[in-house]
Design a binder for this molecule. Sequence first.
Ligand code: CA
Length: 231
Amino acid sequence: MNEKILVVEDERDIARMIEYNLKKEGYRTVLVHDGGFAAATVAKEKPALILLDLMLPGVDGLEICRRLKADAKTSAIPIIMLTAKGEESDKVLGLGLGADDYVTKPFSLKELLARVQAVLRRCARPADAPAPGKLKAGALELDAAKVEARLKGSPLELTSKEFELLKALMACGERVLTREELLEKAWGVDAALEVETRTVDVHVGTLRKKLGKEGRRIITVKNYGYRFDPE
Ligand code: CA
């Protein structure tokens, strides 16, 4: 986990604090304080991820996002926007331009790091990766193609959200999925912006009950989300 992360942020205290914490997590960092230098730095440093403030001197964050996502050489680099309260419309615009996620200032470092990890993981997988076929753990079986889950051979009556949550968790092995990731997978990216992450907890709760003893395989990871225990 030593991916290079470009931090485009003109408030130097915030930039340094982000840098310090990213480095502590083992990431390499490059800081840019002026939007005008962002594009050239991306070309030179080829970061794995960009943390992009929106209000910047030189060229603003949305314009940077627009240019990077319009250029085939840089369009695949994920962007997490750092937005301030009251920049709601910018957030929507940025996501429309292809930004991958956002965090609203003031954000907790824990939240930022979780988003960074989630976006890097998501983007590390090829977009055209084959959908998981049949998944099995203990008495639990899931057939993604048939949209069918079975417990001890008997079909489970799951809602579509419960099924998608179970599929996402089983398909990711033991990897922790954040609530935001689960929302995106089960509700879709657009809805994920409006649905509260708490909703995930409610559906995981009903799903666990339906799985009986196998429900214990869905493990809560405090402050992050959930993972599946296939063992
Ligand atoms: Ca700023």
